[in-house]
Design a protein around this ligand. Structure first.
Ligand code: 13P
Length: 263
């Protein structure tokens, strides 16, 4: 069993890879990461988050080929079922052995108008379906330049976790993704990433839910993570993992990121 702060490296594929490409990608990852994924206890957990149309194919591939990748999704709807055209519920994902569900990604908040309340409802739904939410938070460039990073991130953390018990918070994942660093090639400096993850994520969890929850909640950094910057980010005391976009589409790059401990 992985302990609750075992590093978590997650690949958010966004709207890339059809199900044929997805199968090839996880098979190659399985080959490249074979020894790493079989370690007991694991030194790292690696999850992939394909588009919905790929999830069943990826599930059957990793189960039949015994690839120890964790299966993730990029989103869900908070209700179990109903007249919500085009949506997929957390319970449907749980049936496919999904472990981790990304919730409140900045692209969903900005492009699809998701509010803090809606994101919070999804966090509850994912936990109820016995999966782990990856709650995304992060500031825009304008907010950073106006000195509002701390308020924005802390506010999203508080709102996203509203109504949860301390034990639940201790088991989930919060991903700090500065919006200006997503897909831009710009990474937050390691010091900035550490200070936001420590002071505005973990410290807020401690203040709201207690030291025990803060000690076990996993905090990921996301935004232009690459093989060349992962080791330095992971060396920070409050960074327990990475949420990787572009670089997760290439199995060689993603495997190199997952193997950051060997650098
Ligand atoms: P990039 O790694 O492409 O910057 O994307 C980060 C991200 O949004 C992961 O969720």
């Amino acid at each position: 069993m992985a302990d609750s702060r075992t590093p978590l490296i997650s690949g958010n594929w966004k709207m890339h890879h059809n199900h044929f490409e997805a199968i090839q990608c996880v098979q190659k990852l399985g080959y490249l990461l074979k020894d790493l994924l079989r370690e007991e206890p694991p030194s790292v957990v690696v999850s992939v988050h394909p588009p919905f149309t790929d999830i069943r194919s990826v599930q059957t591939t990793i189960e039949s080929d015994r690839i120890a990748l964790a299966l993730g999704a990029q989103n869900c709807h908070p209700d179990e079922k109903g007249a919500f055209t085009g949506e997929v519920s957390a319970t449907m994902l749980a049936k496919l052995n999904v472990d981790y569900v990304i919730v409140g990604h900045s692209e969903r908040r900005e492009l699809f108008g998701e509010t803090d309340e809606f994101v919070n409802a999804k966090v509850h739904a994912v936990l109820k379906a016995e999966m782990t939410p990856i709650l995304c938070v992060g500031e825009t460039l304008a907010e950073r330049e106006e000195g509002r990073t701390g308020d924005k991130v802390a506010g999203q953390v508080r709102a996203g976790l509203k109504g949860l018990k301390a034990e639940q918070v201790g088991e989930l994942v919060i991903a700090y993704e500065p919006i200006w660093a997503i897909g831009t090639g710009k990474t937050a400096t390691t010091e900035d990433a550490q200070s936001v993850c420590g002071e505005h994520v973990r410290a807020v969890v401690a203040a709201e839910f207690g030291d025990e929850a803060a000690a076990t909640v996993r905090v990921q950094y996301g935004g232009s993570v690459k093989p060349g910057n992962i080791a330095e980010l992971m060396a920070q005391p409050d960074i327990d993992g990475a949420l990787v976009g572009g670089a997760s589409l290439d199995p060689d790059d993603f495997a190199a990121i997952a193997r950051y401990q060997e650098q």
